[in-house]
Design a protein around this ligand. Structure first.
Ligand code: CUA
Length: 361
C-alpha cells in the first residue's frame, strides 16, 4: 500500500508539473532541446536517489517503530560499504557530467555563425544591430510604464508588444554579441534557452539555431532600475526566405528613414541660417516680411519670378543687378550663407504657386 501511495503521488505530481507548465520549456532551438533532455535526465536520477534514500529511511522508521530498548549497532568502519557509497555517487556524478559538459561546450561555441546580431541593453529598452547588414533599431523606444500599469494589471505586462520585434531566421546559426550602454541587464527568452547578462564595457556571446517559426517572448532578467519590469523582449522567428525578404525591405526602410531625417535637418539648418543672413542684410531694403518698398525695393513675398526662376534668383543675389540698388553679394557672403539666404527667401513666406521649393541639390 505504502509503495503504491508513494509511487503514484510522485507520478501525479510530476505529470501535473508538466501539465501546468511549471517545468522548464523544451524550447525551439538545438541547444534548448539538449538542455531540456539533460534537465529531465538529472531530474529522474534525483527522483530515483530520493526514492531510495527516503524509502530506506521511512521503511526503517516504520518497520522498527516498536523496537523499544533495542540497542543500536556500534561499529567503527566497514570498508566494503564505504567503497560502495563512494563509488556509486562518483559514477552517478561522472554519468551526469559527461553529457552536461558536451552540452556546455556546444552552448559556448558561437563560432561560424550565419548572422551576427548585437544586442544592447539600455535603461529601459533593447537595441538590435544586424552586423554587416546596416540594419539597426531600438525594439521598444517607448517605455510605457505609466500606460501599462494603468491599462493592464501588473503581471500581464510581460505579454506586452514591443515597437519592433527582433526578427530572426530559423535553421540558421545566429550569434548574439551582447553588451549594455548603462547598467547590467539580462536578455532572457526561455523558449530560446538564452539568459545572458549584458554588461557595460564587455561583450558576451551566445547563439541560437531556431527550429520552429513563431513568436517567442522574454523579459529583462537583471534588476536594472525603476523600469526593469518594463523591458519586454519579443523575437519573431521566420522561414529563411521570409527573413531574407524582410531584411531587404528593412534595409530599404532604414535608407529612406536616414534620408528623410537628413533632408529635414538640412532644410531646418538652411532656413535658420538664411533667416539670420536675411535679417542682417536683406531686410534693410526688402523688409522682414519680404514685402519690400516698391518701386525701389521689390517685394520678395509672392514674387512670381523669384519662385519660378531659381537660377535668376541665385544670380541676382551673387552678382547683384546693375543700374539698381541691388548689390552683388559674392564677396560679402560665403557660399553657405548664399545658399541659406536663397533657400530662406524661396521658402519663408509660403509660396503663391503652391510649389514647394527644395534647396538646390
Ligand atoms: Cu534591464 Cu532589468
Amino acid at each position: 500500500l505504502w509503495r503504491w501511495i508513494v509511487s503514484s503521488s510522485v507520478f501525479l505530481s510530476i505529470t501535473s508539473v508538466h501539465a501546468n507548465g511549471w517545468n522548464m520549456p523544451r524550447g525551439v532551438t538545438d541547444v534548448s532541446g539538449e538542455i531540456y533532455g539533460l534537465h529531465m535526465t538529472i531530474f529522474w536520477i534525483c527522483v530515483v536517489i530520493g526514492a531510495v534514500v527516503f524509502g530506506a529511511m521511512f521503511y526503517s522508521l516504520f518497520r522498527y517503530r516498536h523496537s523499544k530498548g533495542a540497542k543500536s549497532a556500534n561499529f567503527h568502519e566497514h570498508t566494503t560499504v564505504e567503497i560502495f557509497w563512494t563509488t556509486i555517487p562518483l559514477l552517478i556524478l561522472v554519468g551526469m557530467a559527461v553529457p552536461a559538459t558536451a552540452t556546455l561546450t556546444k552552448m559556448y561555441d558561437a563560432s561560424e555563425a550565419d548572422l551576427d546580431v548585437m544586442i544592447i541593453g539600455q535603461q529601459w529598452r533593447w537595441r538590435y544591430e544586424y552586423l554587416g547588414e546596416e540594419v539597426a533599431f531600438t525594439s521598444n523606444m517607448s517605455t510605457p510604464r505609466a500606460q501599462i500599469s494603468g491599462e493592464e494589471g501588473f503581471g500581464e505586462h510581460y505579454l506586452r508588444e514591443v515597437d519592433e520585434p527582433l526578427v530572426l531566421p530559423i535553421n540558421r546559426k545566429v550569434r548574439f554579441l551582447m553588451t549594455s550602454d548603462d547598467v547590467i541587464h539580462s536578455w532572457w527568452v526561455p523558449e530560446l534557452a538564452v539568459k545572458q547578462d549584458t554588461i557595460p564595457g564587455f561583450i558576451n556571446e551566445n547563439w541560437v539555431n531556431i527550429n520552429e517559426p513563431g513568436i517567442y517572448r522574454g523579459q529583462c532578467a537583471e534588476l536594472c532600475g525603476i523600469d526593469h519590469a518594463f523591458m519586454p523582449i519579443v523575437v519573431h522567428a521566420m522561414e529563411e526566405a521570409e527573413f531574407d525578404a524582410w531584411m531587404v525591405e528593412r534595409k530599404e526602410a532604414m535608407k529612406q528613414e536616414a534620408l528623410g531625417v537628413d533632408r529635414e535637418w538640412e532644410m531646418q539648418e538652411l532656413m535658420a541660417r538664411g533667416e539670420t543672413v536675411f535679417e542682417s542684410i536683406c531686410a534693410a531694403c526688402h523688409q522682414s516680411e519680404g514685402q519690400g518698398a516698391p518701386p525701389a525695393f521689390p517685394a520678395l513675398a509672392g514674387n512670381a519670378r523669384l519662385i519660378e526662376d531659381r537660377e535668376w534668383h541665385i544670380q541676382t543675389v551673387i552678382n547683384g543687378v546693375s543700374g539698381t540698388a541691388m548689390p552683388a553679394f559674392r564677396n560679402t557672403l560665403n557660399p553657405v550663407e548664399l545658399a541659406s539666404v536663397v533657400t530662406y527667401t524661396r521658402n519663408a513666406w509660403g509660396n503663391d504657386t503652391g510649389d514647394s521649393v527644395q534647396p538646390a541639390d
